[in-house]
Write a protein that binds this ligand. Structure first.
Ligand code: TRP
Length: 365
């Protein structure tokens, strides 16, 4: 069986195979039950889930539920991060209470990022962009791992009582004490919305990328064993595929600016990055491309459009035009550049406006 290292670089060749091995259910099997699926749901970008039916029931019966997810403040906010942000906003619009945790303890323990720097990154890179993307202050609980409630802090220690070292090893391999503390802190994050102080127990959805899978399994094992004391409902989760790096590898890397488009990149930078780096599924010559067609399935510009282009009809046309050789790589790149730059222009204006309302999200209780 494969092991996923949530702190290491990850390379997933086959999301389907991995899902099977880890007991993740295909999301598309429940898609038909969702009234207004998001773009990521429709496009199978949200690929797998655990117990999403609990959330569906809550939505359909108009019962309270919560969304919790976390961010690792390590650098610039890029398109890969936007995938999670959009999901947060999707659940907020469905009426979820939104818990967003800044994993500053984790980034200090595992990446050596000082807490004051993590604070600035969390606000300027993450929160501002979330607001610009549409996050509203209502029902948002934005907190830092280093500054949680007393019950939360205690919970992060109590959870250790429910597991032994062999189980830790089976899930994470040989990890450092710092990583183990980070994992236990994340378990407390995920269970936090269900504490008495938050009027739990309640259904909680945790939207994450595939790399967080070990933490979800770890949390669910522990939650089950704490049922007697806390009466937790097993947290639900969805797992999204990553938006690939410009080079076409599995995901963008915060430490390599040529691998991503940041939401603060200017027009020229976007254009240069796409033209210079976006991996092409086109043929060696125009003549050959016209004759044999390109391969949209490996073409990064096309892949990006699957995350960005709302219209299914437009996307489909691009797919077949490229496959049939009607659309050249340079033209496909131009479609993406225009799409991105018109989105970013508006987004960056919204980000400026967001600075004025920041206090509504962080100065609460
Ligand atoms: N470990 C996550 C990351 O690397 C951050 C995180 C901390 C998190 N607590 C969480 C994610 C709870 C989801 C739920 O990005």
């Amino acid at each position: 069986m494969e092991r996923i290292d949530p702190w290491g670089s990850i390379d997933i060749k086959d999301y389907g195979k991995l899902s099977k091995e880890f007991g993740i259910k295909p999301f598309k099997e429940i898609l038909f039950r969702i009234k207004k699926p998001s773009l990521y749901m429709r496009r199978n970008i949200i690929y797998g889930h655990k117990d999403f039916w609990i959330i569906l029931d809550a939505i359909n019966k108009k019962q309270k539920f919560a969304m919790l997810t976390g961010l690792m403040p390590s650098g610039k906010f890029h398109l890969g991060h936007k995938v999670i942000a959009d999901q947060i906003i999707y659940y907020q619009r469905l009426g979820a209470q939104c818990y967003i945790t800044v994993a500053d303890i984790e980034s200090y323990l595992t990446r050596n990022i000082p807490l004051d720097q993590a604070y600035k990154l969390a606000i300027n890179e993450y929160l501002l962009n979330y607001i610009a993307l549409g996050l509203k202050p209502k029902n948002v609980h934005f907190y830092f791992q280093s500054n949680g409630s007393k019950e939360y802090m205690n919970l992060s220690k109590y959870v250790s009582k429910k597991i032994n070292f062999n189980e830790v090893k089976a899930i994470y391999g040989d990890i450092s004490p710092g990583k183990l503390i980070s994992a236990l802190t994340q378990v407390a994050d995920i269970l936090y919305p269900q504490l008495k102080e938050n009027k739990g127990p309640k259904p909680v959805i945790v939207p994450v990328g595939f790399d967080q899978l070990p933490h979800i399994n770890f949390t669910r094992d522990i939650a089950l064993r704490m049922k007697k004391e806390y009466n937790f409902i097993l947290p639900s989760a969805t797992f999204n595929k990553f938006m690939p790096s410009l080079q076409g590898t599995i995901k963008m890397s915060t430490s390599a600016p040529e691998s991503y488009i940041a939401l603060t990149d200017d027009e020229k930078t976007v254009r240069n990055k796409i033209i210079k780096y976006a991996f092409s599924g086109g043929r060696a010559t125009i003549k050959e491309h016209r004759e044999k067609g390109g391969n949209p399935d490996i073409d990064v510009s096309y892949q990006y459009l699957t995350f960005l282009e709302e219209s299914d009809a437009k996307l489909k046309k691009i797919y077949y035009d490229y496959k049939d050789g009607k659309l050249l790589t340079s033209e496909l790149k131009e479609i993406l550049i225009n799409k991105l730059n018109s989105f970013l222009k508006k987004h960056q204006q919204n980000r400026e406006k967001a600075k004025k309302v920041l206090h509504k999200y962080i100065l609460k209780d």
